[in-house]
Design a protein around this ligand. Structure first.
Ligand SMILES: Cc1cc2nc3c(=O)[nH]c(=O)nc-3n(C[C@H](O)[C@H](O)[C@H](O)COP(=O)(O)OP(=O)(O)OC[C@H]3O[C@@H](n4cnc5c(N)ncnc54)[C@H](O)[C@@H]3O)c2cc1C
Length: 553
């Protein structure tokens, strides 16, 4: 028998892989980290992320007057996940419960001890709108890391680099894993192709020229290889019927290396792959004016005020408002009458864009990412934040006009295959504006706007004072063409709470562990059908810890 090259091999140098590696190294294990990309991409998707983390009953929430509890969070999680599969939701449900407990317990203190700090205003993602037991967050829980994604990665990169320096960890970059090797039914290594050095900048798709092959052996393998969002082919293949047909045209919200290749590799070695039909894509995607990866789209993190119209100019029904119910809105757009169209529209005002538009991604938030307090102050001043203004000036999906007729003409120039009837758009805008005359309304979106402003965080930086869209003082008018943006994979390798990958018969597949998005963030789909947001990075942390500790045993 060949000697082992390491105690453990970790596949993937994203957040989940780094967390697992840091745990393994601290436990005195020798680790090889294998990744198909080079060091320029260390940290994977998390580097690009906004750094939003789901925390429950935090000091930040309490300071803003938010009363949260583990019971409320678990109520929200269950209403959102809607677990309904006896076999395929058994492990995910266990993971979800453990994760919510952790998010309400030691998660923040642990991160704090590693030097992670949070922006003081807690965001309110996925506001729901379906009632207390339905999907969505009852309260704001989206805690933005001071330093966004790169800030969250820092302590783990530091720990792994220190372990590299003292010889506990070896980094094998440009190694693409194509097989898991087994002996007597136990996984004991990885094999695949060595790719030519790439030299491309972070996030840019690298070449796949093969210059050799490799095989490495170890006592255990941790797979932390991310999801399928970079492969439209896989997204289309597993797109669930309940969401209608996949759009003909989609933007891509993740780098090309999020290719899902390890899912098939692990399955071929005997792993159980579950809940593949569960995925999380955004409906508020816009084309990046300066794309880094192929088809690069940015997600607008919208405040709740924009009027949302389908491709035929009809307002989306309650509660499909901006930032309320991501997959509910996607389902509506893909299954209603205009489902052959790939786009929808926000109609708003300058006043709304200035206060309510945020863009997801570390590079779109230089103030938070760079921990730049002076730049951050600009968010409170009049005018759109710099990155949003750049989209207004250069974004392919934006129309700015002084009146509605000009606005609709601009929208029709952008989407000539689905011309809007100006009368229909005017009908929706004017009807909504009439609901603004009183401090109360029958319109649930208008009522929600007024309600949101009783949360201090929303009033300060997120929800514009309610106003008529046709109020010239709030103008000019703006329309934004939105397209579906692929992002997250909710199903994946089935794991138990120790991070061990299971076989289809429910028994552990000896030697194989998984963490992060490839494991559906734990269990093979701890989110069930949908997420409360900020749970993906947190899921990488939690499952990375579990798999790292599990594989160290
Ligand atoms: C723009 C953006 C904003 C986001 N914002 C948030 C947020 O605010 N909050 C939140 O919770 N989540 C957010 N996310 C999601 C979150 O960042 C990801 O889900 C998470 O980082 C995934 O981490 P991972 O370690 O599982 O996988 P990845 O980061 O995808 O890393 C996987 C690694 O495995 C490697 N790999 C894959 N296959 C192979 C193979 N066959 N051989 C060798 N190597 C392989 C890849 O090259 C990659 O480096 C965001 C994501 C993006 C892109």
């Amino acid at each position: 028998m060949t000697a082992h090259d390491a105690d453990v091999i970790v596949v993937g140098h994203g957040l989940a892989g780094l967390v697992a590696t840091a745990e393994l190294a601290d436990a005195g294990k020798r680790v090889i980290v294998v990744d198909q990309e080079d060091l320029a991409n260390l940290g994977g998707q998390a580097w690009w992320s906004f750094g939003g983390l789901f925390l429950v009953d935090s000091p930040e929430q309490r300071r803003l007057g938010v009363r949260d509890s583990v019971d409320l969070a678990w109520q929200d999680w269950q209403g959102t996940a809607a677990f309904d599969r006896e076999r395929e939701d058994a492990q995910p449900r266990r993971w979800a419960e453990a994760y919510v407990e952790w998010a309400a317990g030691e998660k923040r203190a642990w991160l704090h001890s590693l030097g992670v700090r949070f922006f003081p205003v807690v965001g309110w993602a996925e506001r729901g709108g379906h009632g207390a037991t339905g999907p969505g967050n009852s309260v704001p829980r989206f805690h933005i890391v001071w330093g966004t994604g790169p800030g969250l990665l820092e302590p783990f990169v530091r720990r792994v680099r220190a372990a590299v320096e003292d010889g506990r960890v070896r980094l094998a970059m440009r190694h693409r894993v194509e097989r898991l090797t087994t002996t007597d039914g136990a996984v004991d290594g990885v094999a695949g192709s060595v790719l030519a050095p790439s030299g491309t900048a972070r996030g840019v798709a690298s070449a796949r020229d093969v210059i050799g092959d490799f095989a490495l052996r170890a006592g255990a393998v941790v797979v932390a290889s991310g999801g399928i969002g970079g492969s439209h082919e896989l997204v289309r293949q597993y797109w669930p019927e309940r969401l209608g047909n996949p759009p003909e045209e989609m933007l891509t919200g993740v780098p090309a290396y999020v290719d899902g290749s390890m899912l098939g590799v692990a399955e071929a070695a005997g792993a159980s792959l579950i809940n593949r039909d569960r995925m999380w894509h955004y409906t508020e995607g816009i084309a990046n004016h300066s794309p880094v990866w192929p088809g690069h789209g940015i997600r607008i993190l919208p405040g709740p005020s924009s009027l949302w119209l389908d491709a035929a100019g009809r307002r989306l029904p309650a509660p499909n408002y901006p930032g309320f119910d991501t997959l509910g809105t996607l389902r509506h757009l893909r299954t209603e009458r205009v489902s052959h169209q790939s786009h929808s529209w926000f109609v708003l005002t300058r006043a709304i864009v200035e206060k309510e538009f945020a863009l997801s991604g570390s590079e779109q938030n230089p103030d938070l990412t760079g921990r730049d307090v002076r730049l951050l102050g600009e968010r409170l001043r009049a005018g759109a934040p710099g990155p949003v203004q750049t989209f207004l000036d250069r974004g392919a999906d934006f129309v700015v006009a002084d009146n509605l007729a000009e606005l609709v003409a601009g929208m029709n120039a952008l989407a000539p295959d689905a011309p809007l009837d100006p009368g229909q758009v005017e009908h929706e805008v004017v009807a909504r504006d009439r609901e603004m005359a009183n401090p109360f309304s029958k319109d649930p979106q208008v009522t929600a706007l007024r309600g949101a402003r009783s949360y201090l965080g929303d009033k300060l930086i997120r929800v514009a004072p309610p106003h008529r869209l046709l109020d010239p003082a709030a103008g000019p008018l703006i329309a934004v063409r939105l397209r579906v943006l692929t992002r997250k994979t909710l199903g994946g390798l089935e794991t138990d709470l120790a991070g061990r990958v299971l076989r289809p018969d429910g028994a552990p597949l000896p030697g194989l562990f998984a963490a992060g998005e490839v494991a559906g963030f734990g269990g093979g789909g701890m989110h069930g059908y949908a997420s409360l947001e900020g749970t993906f990075l947190g899921g990488c942390l939690f499952s990375g810890l579990r798999a790292g500790r599990g594989a160290a045993r």
